[in-house]
Design a protein around this ligand. Structure first.
Ligand code: TYC
Length: 102
């Protein structure tokens, strides 16, 4: 990054070394016990999906075993995984999310 004095002289030349933060996929996993409706509610509540999108994602997970809910910086992805675990436990369902570096 070039810095200029008031007279316009270049004082130093340096590259701005700012990398974008590493991003993490939050992935929801299928299981045999969580009701489909509960998964749809979770996807709407914690991943801001419309009911239609949440239903599509839930059905994909049901058929294929897993599906991506979103891409977030590490701390946000960690919070989403914890929120789903805690909400599912509270409602006595085994629904799980995991995260994976993109
Ligand atoms: N397989 C579950 C059922 O048949 C539904 C389900 C879908 C569960 C998606 C978890 O992430 C999931 N009730």
């Amino acid at each position: 990054m070039a810095t200029r004095s008031r007279e316009g002289t270049v004082l130093e030349t340096r590259k701005a070394r700012v990398k974008p933060p590493p991003m993490f996929k939050v992935i929801v996993l299928n299981d045999d016990y969580t009701p489909m409706e509960f998964v749809v509610i979770v996807l709407q509540k914690f991943f801001s999906m419309s009911r239609e999108k949440a239903t599509q994602v839930m059905l994909k997970v049901h058929r294929e075993g897993m599906g991506v809910c979103g891409l977030y910086p590490k701390d946000i992805a960690t919070t989403k995984v914890e929120q789903v675990a805690s909400y599912s436990k509270k409602h006595q369902h085994p629904l799980q999310c995991v995260m994976e570096e993109n």
